[in-house]
Design a protein around this ligand. Structure first.
Ligand code: ZN
Length: 131
């Protein structure tokens, strides 16, 4: 099982109309501050899904404080924490952007941006740049 995916129990909790105090406690115990940050960016509508045509592929963008991060759901994020804490040190199973993407998708709280594959290729060139 992919440990970057939320469990069914977690998905169920997040699907509810509003999160109970118990739910929030549960997620905070499990994900700490990352959950709070993820929930905040979702509520601030900082998560977007780019849907490209004609390939029908999609990528997600989470706008952080300093810049935007590209998220491939349950697989990858372009942020430094993903590289350092998830891939290299394995201290955590996902960064808050990966968490935010799943919360946004489950709660249907994201901007949908329709775009073209030509634009997608242009975006990938941008993302490949390291800073
Ligand atoms: Zn990230």
């Amino acid at each position: 099982m992919n440990n970057m995916a939320l469990s069914l129990t977690e998905v169920k909790k997040l699907s509810g109309e509003s999160l109970t105090q118990n739910d929030i406690e549960y997620f905070r115990n499990r994900y700490g501050k990352r959950f709070v940050r993820a929930l905040r960016v979702v509520e601030e509508k900082k998560v977007s899904k780019y849907q490209f045509r004609p390939s029908e592929t999609a990528i997600w963008i989470v706008r952080g404080r300093a810049r935007q991060y590209m998220v491939i759901p349950r697989i990858y994020c372009t942020c430094r924490s993903f590289y350092q804490d998830v891939v290299i040190s394995r201290e955590i199973n996902m960064c808050y952007h990966l968490l935010a993407q799943q919360i946004a998708e489950i709660r249907n709280l994201y901007d949908l941006v329709e775009s073209t594959d030509a634009e997608r290729r242009r975006m990938y060139v941008e993302w490949r740049r390291t800073d």
